[in-house]
Write a protein that binds this ligand. Structure first.
Ligand code: DHB
Ligand code: FE
Length: 282
């Protein structure tokens, strides 16, 4: 099938896949004491109560909210909704104790067990993968400046239409995903295709909320990365592109100025970008 007729992912499809992916990854989950549950849940509820008082929320509005929440659950859209509207603050709190490269949100589209690849590599892609070629190079170092050999860059990103393999129809499994292992100098060179901005599916409840509120559903183009090495704390982050659309209005509020690449246009029409990662011990 040509890319021109590639079907768009539906919200229900993306939501179901994201829910399944979330359940398949062994996320570290908290063993939460009753005191902690009471404290945090009370604070959340007080926030909701206060919003109702401050805005004179009516019964019809309350019932509309209930109907919407039911739809988010039925559509499997909780991973999409929470990662777009809430995760960035959880990351902000985690970042308080993190040195080295800045982190960003994981998002709903990570898949474990991507193909292991050497330090200089093409990312797996279709023979006719559309877009502008992007060569992404750099080095992984520790906080003292020593290169980290054998570090793993688990990288995944959207294609030239903003779609992720595993979450959109007709993209081969593992497309534009891989675990790249750095060389003895901690270096890597990844040849891939420039991703497009990502749009939250507009045909589901999250999309309905965004249009009801007259917001826009876009994230700027980005690369996702988990960068780790034995004895070092894994960094979950994203890299963006200088001058990219929506960089200043990311619906997920997950950009940081330190995470913006400055790609250089090459005479052959491809682009080159460099980024060095710094890992703390832990
Ligand atoms: C969502 C999608 C992304 O690609 C991302 O990086 C973060 C959030 C989402 O649809 O929730
Ligand atoms: Fe993403």
């Amino acid at each position: 099938m040509s890319t021109a007729t590639q079907p768009s992912p539906t919200a229900a499809g993306s939501g179901a896949n994201a829910t399944e992916a979330f359940r398949s990854v062994r996320h570290e989950t908290a063993d939460v004491s009753p005191e902690r549950v009471s404290t945090v849940v009370s604070a959340v509820l007080q926030g909701v109560h206060q919003a109702i008082r401050d805005n004179d929320v009516t019964y019809p509005e309350f019932q509309a909210a209930k109907a919407w929440l039911i739809e988010v659950g039925e559509g499997g859209e909780w991973p999409l909704f929470l990662d777009v509207f809430v995760e960035h603050v959880v990351e902000e709190v985690a970042a308080r104790t993190q040195q080295g490269t800045k982190g960003s949100i994981l998002g709903p589209y990570y898949l474990p067990n991507a193909k292991r690849l050497p330090s200089s590599t093409d990312l797996p892609m279709r023979a006719d993968e559309k877009g502008t070629q992007l060569t992404f190079t750099g080095q992984v170092r520790d906080v003292d400046g020593n290169p980290v050999a054998g570090a793993e860059l688990d990288i995944w990103h959207a294609d030239d239409k903003g779609y992720y393999s595993g979450f959109a129809p007709d993209i081969p499994e593992g497309n534009l995903r891989g675990v790249v292992v750095t060389d003895d100098q901690g270096r890597f060179e990844i040849r891939t295709m420039q991703p497009a901005p990502y749009q939250i599916p507009t045909d589901g409840p999250t999309g309905a909320l965004i249009s009801a509120a007259d917001w826009h559903p876009w994230r700027p183009a980005h690369l996702h990365l988990l960068v780790g090495a034995p004895g070092h704390r894994t960094i979950t982050t994203q890299l963006y592109f200088e001058g990219g659309e929506y960089l200043d209005s990311d619906v997920a509020e997950a950009t940081k100025p330190e995470l913006v690449l400055s790609p250089q246009e090459q005479s052959d029409g491809t682009r080159k970008a460099t980024y060095d990662f710094v890992l703390e011990r832990g």
